[in-house]
Design a protein. Structure first.
Length: 220
C-alpha cells in the first residue's frame, strides 16, 4: 500500500481495515511512516492505538522530538493501560531519558500493575541514574512481578548504588527473588562483596538459583 492508500484506510469505518493499514506502515520508510503512525495513535479504538504506538521505535529516530512528544502524550493521557504500557516500552527502547519525570509520575499514580511493571522494566533499559530511587520504591511493592522487574532493572542500570539494595535479597525466602538477584548481581561481579554473595547463591538449595549464580561467576 502507498502512503496515501494507508492514510485513506486509517480513516475507514472498518476496524480491520485500520489495523491492516497500521501493519502496512512497517513497509514504509520511517519518515513516511511516522505521520501515519501519529494518526493511528489517536484512533478511537485501543487496538489500533496499541498497534501504532508499538511501532514508534521503528520510526522514532527519523524525528525523535516528535516521536517522544507523541509517546509522552499516550503515556499520560491514553485511557487504555495497554497503550500506556506500550508507550513506556518504546520510550525505554529509544532511551528517551527526557521522559523520565513522566514515567515516574505515572508509576506513582496508576493503580494498574501491568503499567507499573512496564515502567519498571523500561527504567533499566532507559539507563537513567535517577531511576535508582524509583526502583528502591518498587522493591517494596506488594506485587512480586513488580519486585522482580525492579531487581532486573537495577542490574541493567549497573549503578553501584544498586549493590546495597541487592545484597539483602540473597537470603530472601522466595527462590525467584534469589534467582533474579543472582542475575542482577552479575552486572557487578568484579566487586568482592558481590562475588561473595554470588558464591553463596551458587550453593543455593534451589538448582535454578545455583546454576544462575555459577553462570554469573564464570562469565567473562
Amino acid at each position: 500500500m502507498t502512503p496515501d492508500a494507508i492514510r485513506t484506510a486509517l480513516g475507514s469505518d472498518d476496524l480491520g481495515d485500520r489495523l491492516r493499514a497500521v501493519n502496512e506502515i512497517r513497509q514504509l520508510e520511517p519518515l513516511e511512516g511516522l505521520p501515519l503512525l501519529a494518526i493511528a495513535a489517536a484512533d478511537a479504538n485501543p487496538r489500533v492505538r496499541y498497534a501504532a504506538v508499538s511501532q514508534f521505535d521503528h520510526c522514532g529516530d527519523s524525528d525523535r522530538e516528535a516521536t517522544v512528544a507523541l509517546l509522552r502524550d499516550r503515556l499520560l493521557n491514553d485511557s487504555e493501560p495497554d497503550v500506556q504500557a506500550a508507550a513506556a516500552d518504546v520510550l525505554g527502547a529509544l532511551k528517551a531519558t527526557e521522559a523520565f519525570e513522566e514515567l515516574a509520575q505515572v508509576y506513582r499514580t496508576t493503580g494498574e500493575w501491568l503499567l507499573k511493571f512496564s515502567i519498571i522494566s523500561t527504567l533499566g533499559e532507559l539507563g537513567d541514574a535517577r531511576a535508582v530511587d524509583l526502583l528502591t520504591e518498587a522493591l517494596d511493592s506488594p506485587t512480586e512481578l513488580e519486585r522482580l522487574g525492579a531487581i532486573g532493572a537495577l542490574g541493567e542500570l549497573q549503578d553501584p548504588r544498586a549493590i546495597a539494595l541487592l545484597l539483602p535479597l540473597v537470603s530472601n525466602e522466595d527462590w525467584q527473588i534469589r534467582h533474579r538477584t543472582a542475575r542482577a548481581l552479575g552486572s557487578f561481579r568484579s566487586d568482592g562483596t558481590v562475588r561473595a554473595a554470588l558464591e553463596t547463591l551458587a550453593a543455593d538449595a534451589v538448582e535454578q538459583v545455583a546454576i544462575e549464580a555459577k553462570e554469573q561467576l564464570n562469565a567473562n
